[in-house]
Design a protein around this ligand. Sequence first.
Ligand code: PEP
Length: 250
Amino acid sequence: MGKAVIAGNWKMNGVGAAAEQLACDVRDGAWSLRDRAEIIICPPATVLTRIAKAMEGGPVMVGGQDCHAKVEGAHTGDISAEMLKDAGATHVIVGHSERRTDHGETNAIVEAKARMAMNWGLRPILCIGETLAQREKGRAREIVQDQVFNSIPHEFEEAGGIVAYEPVWAIGTGKTASVEEIAEMHHYIRWLLGNRQMGAVPILYGGSVKPAIAASILAIPEVGGALVGGASLVASDFLAIAAAAPVPAA
Ligand code: PEP
């Protein structure tokens, strides 16, 4: 496997100079991690242009947290893929469970968003994962299979797409899935992606990843990196997670 992809999802956090400072602190620490990690930060849209400018020429890439499925038009408050591109983004998160829940996003909507992102040359970081109720009913694999088959567009691998497996019950809860649970599901997702001729798509793990447990998660076969929420708001924690990634074999 190649370098780990370590992506930070700032969610609805970060304004003005403090947001730029956080990004600059990440950039300063990221220079020495280039051998092991591709680092992406996804700040709120209001500071995206400012942060993308500050990151120019450095080792940190910048992504949006969502984009609309349509090119443009009457969609008050939404952000298009073209706008993200124009602001300097290279990536965009789509299908995050908070979007799926708060905004009723279905697999079909997520697929359309990912396609639009790809049309504009953005690399989608497409989130999948089951809720606690679904896992307790023994439906985790069925849900994930449905998401892999119905929310990932064709030519996702060619467009540099990235999948993030985020069990919903582990997001922002401080509860991390066990190494066995992560290994089992990543192995399954790798198999599903193989069935779709997307065998080389990186699969990130997300859900309360913190520095203390990052090394054990990033060492799991088929874990290609991490999507980090809370810990990405503290530069030293986020960098420590990236530093825990194994250096890829030459
Ligand atoms: C996320 O928002 O994608 C996430 C994984 O959050 P946290 O790390 O806070 O659980």
